[in-house]
Design a protein around this ligand. Structure first.
Ligand SMILES: Nc1ncnc2c1ncn2[C@@H]1O[C@H](COP(=O)(O)OP(=O)(O)OP(=O)(O)O)[C@@H](O)[C@H]1O
Ligand SMILES: [Mg+2]
Length: 237
């Protein structure tokens, strides 16, 4: 059932897990047009861990949101495992976001009223109907060293613990791709390093493809490749 995208894994011929082709995104604010992405193309191979850097406003988050199916481009294509995600209908797109992609954000975006374990169980509601969701969520939280914090609400956790819960939620459906938008932006450098090492470990052991937006050069150095953006374009890859 985890197969909306992976069904086609064997059918597409290119070597990329993510292929972005000539992507444009413009926003209209009154009479002003803002070009957030100005012709971005890139390919990412399976198992790569890629950093995206660039000044504020250069289009990094916009690119991540479009790759993750949270936003639509003005023009251009995003192929994930050979499938053009702009051709997916609403239901398929929701399934894509829930099963193929794991998102990690700077501000965690956990449900404040739910405990750690209930936050991690949320993505399982639609995908794992006949399994013990508590056991699955507990297993993932255990791997991230949070077995003693299962019942804590986000407000009862440290920043680093919150981000680990957010990572547990992002990986609980075994996504092929993790998109992390400044995942260490709200953490001190030591805690941030722990979060990145955790992602690196997932990348190495499970072969998950990871894209991390970061301002931190020490984070970028831990990645296989760094893509630099400016003014909605890639200026260095
Ligand atoms: N919903 C929106 N409406 C209008 N303009 C937007 C919208 N979202 C983003 N923009 C603009 O698009 C450009 C790119 O924004 P984006 O959030 O992708 O930058 P970023 O590289 O992630 O920056 P930061 O490092 O500050 O997070 C910016 O000029 C921003 O103001
Ligand atoms: Mg951003």
């Amino acid at each position: 059932m985890n197969s909306l995208i992976s069904d086609d894994t064997n059918k597409h011929s290119n070597e990329f897990v993510i292929e972005v082709k000539n992507l444009y995104k413009t926003y209209k604010l009154g009479t002003e047009t803002i070009t957030a992405l100005n012709g971005v193309s890139l390919g990412i191979v399976p198992g790569e861990m890629v950093a995206i850097t660039g000044p504020s406003g250069s289009g990094k988050s916009t690119l991540m949101h479009i790759i993750g199916g949270l936003d639509r481009p003005t023009s251009g294509d995003v192929l994930v495992l050979g499938k053009n995600i702009s051709r997916l209908n609403q239901r398929q797109l929701a399934q894509y976001r829930n099963t193929t992609i794991g998102f990690v954000f700077q501000s965690f975006y956990l449900q404040p009223t739910l405990s750690a374990i209930d936050n991690v169980k949320l993505p399982l509601v639609f995908t794992k109907k006949n399994v013990d969701r508590t056991a699955v969520a507990k297993d993932v939280l255990g791997k991230l060293g949070l077995l003693d914090r299962l019942k804590n609400k986000p407000s009862e956790l440290s920043g680093g613990q919150r981000q680990r819960v957010a990572i547990a939620r992002a990986i609980v459906n075994n996504p092929k791709v993790i998109l992390a938008d400044e995942p260490t932006g709200n953490l001190d450098s030591k805690t941030g390093k722990g979060v990145i090492e955790l992602l690196r470990n997932l990348n190495k052991t499970e072969g998950v493809t990871i894209i991390i937006v970061t301002h931190d050069m020490s984070v970028a150095e831990l990645c296989d490749r760094t893509i630099k953006m400016r003014d909605g374009q890639i200026i260095n890859d």
